[in-house]
Design a protein around this ligand. Structure first.
Ligand code: EPZ
Length: 419
């Protein structure tokens, strides 16, 4: 197990390069199940979650070659035999469920163990299963497993009660070879949905409207292999933007164009951070007086829930009262108790955190409870007086490539310590 140790107080300077989006790469790797031809995914971030979903596909005889030098992943699913992937691996990561759609589309069946609950909420899959049933699959949940089978999938109109990212992705992948047209209404609009549709269309699918609330999929006979370079990670970008703001520094973020960052840029600008774009880079300047703000997490294009804990950390250092309301997940304030150990003044009131800025945070021994919470504690450590130790850093490694190396290159006093 490793931890990260940060000595607070350093200003940041220089440039950081943003990796490719984890939440694009995971559904795209799952989508490779849809074709018997080889697929090549480029610039893949070498993340734990990428290794887990690759091992899940390997557990059903897919051949996956991850080249850590070129960051290319070559995926050949022609030899997939059974549709019952390894439960231990599936339980490790909720995104494992992204293989349901491709499996039912190509093989007409799957059997998956249900996800373990995750730290930020119960993470149900009812909307995923509602969509698969609407396409004609027979779905059974019991004894800790979900099984589905379908002789034929027939397109249908599906209205999502909530614009679930995963459910939108699963239904899109399940319907690409269904008979007729499928319409997903109240679909998630996250950029990663548009990126997945771009990959599927490059394989021969016929998808229109991805990235909007209504997606139309016209079923095709089969899909062919393709090569794809997924989009940049907008949440990693936002995390480094907050790193500049919380340390009152100015840095350059490469590979992060503002197209997908508008809600984050808008909110940080409201706080008083100056953000300008230079081609595919952003200049982020947090050196002016920062102001308290109110934030409500919403589905895209609202403020992303994956940036909530990072903003909570920043607003702990901004004098005045800020209120953050988390509307997406029911338990995504676990970082608050850890931040209070560092001297933060936060009160939880239902789905909201009421933050009173403090003059300084103090270093402490804290624990990452989930991916983004861990990242937010590192950000707090950058500015806390003294030394902060963040344990259980494996959570952070699921979604950030070499976060301590990137921060160290920007001037932070930060080390990874293997216990
Ligand atoms: C994706 O998770 C992301 N993960 C999450 O990122 C992100 O926080 C989330 O979307 C919201 O943007 C990946 O893309 C791999 P949802 P997902 O289905 O698809 C409820 C990170 O830090 N819901 O949009 O699981 C659910 O309970 C991770 O990178 C149902 O009720 O999110 C939640 O309250 C964390 N029934 C809300 O919808 C369902 O069938 C949002 O979930 C599905 C979801």
């Amino acid at each position: 197990m490793s931890k990260i140790v940060v000595k607070g107080g350093n200003k940041l300077h220089g440039e950081v390069n943003i990796s490719t989006a984890k939440n694009s790469v995971l559904p795209i790797i799952a989508a490779c199940i849809l074709s018997e031809d080889k697929c090549v995914i480029e610039k893949v971030p070498m993340l734990e979650d990428v290794f887990v979903i690759s091992d899940i596909l390997r557990s059903i005889s897919a051949d996956i070659n991850i080249d850590k030098d070129t960051n290319k992943v070559i995926i050949d699913t022609s030899n997939i035999k059974d549709c019952n992937p390894c439960s231990e691996l599936v339980k490790k990561m909720r995104a494992s469920f992204l293989i349901m759609g491709p499996m039912i589309a190509r093989f007409g069946k799957f059997r998956l163990c249900l996800p373990g609950g995750c730290n930020i909420g119960t993470r149900p899959i009812d909307l995923h299963l509602k969509g698969l049933s609407a396409l004609g699959a027979e779905v059974n949940v019991g004894h800790g497993y979900v099984e589905a089978s379908a002789k034929k999938l027939i397109g249908d109109k599906i209205y999502l009660d909530f614009p679930s990212v995963g459910a939108t992705e699963n239904i899109m992948m399940a319907s690409v070879m269904a008979e007729g047209e499928t319409i997903i209404e109240n679909a998630a609009e996250e950029p990663e949905i548009r990126d997945l549709a771009k990959f599927l269309n490059s394989m021969g699918a016929n998808i229109i409207g991805a990235g909007s609330g209504t997606i139309r999929i016209l079923g095709v006979k089969s899909l062919k292999g393709s090569t794809h370079r997924p989009i940049f990670d907008r949440i990693e970008s936002g995390t480094f933007m907050v790193a500049a703001a919380i340390t009152r520094s100015k840095i350059k973020i490469n590979g992060a164009n503002e197209e997908y960052l508008k809600p984050i840029i808008a909110k940080l600008t409201e706080v008083g951070v100056h953000i300008s774009s230079q081609g595919s880079s952003l200049i982020v300047d947090g050196r002016d007086e920062l102001r308290p703000v109110d934030i409500k997490t919403m589905p895209y294009p609202g403020f992303p829930t994956d940036m909530q804990s990072q903003m909570t950390g920043l607003l702990c250092t901004v004098m005045g009262t800020s209120i953050i309301t988390e509307t997406i997940f029911e338990n995504r304030f676990m970082h608050v108790a850890e931040m209070k150990r560092m001297g933060a003044n936060i009160k939880i009131d239902g789905r909201s955190a009421v933050i009173e800025g403090v003059k300084k945070l103090t270093g402490a021994e804290v624990k990452a409870t989930d991916l983004r919470a861990g990242a937010s504690l590192i950000l707090c450590g950058l500015v806390a007086e003294g030394e902060t130790e963040i344990a259980d850093i494996y959570h952070v490694d699921r979604g950030y490539v070499d976060i301590e190396k990137k921060l160290k290159a920007l001037g932070a006093d930060i080390e990874r310590v293997n216990e």
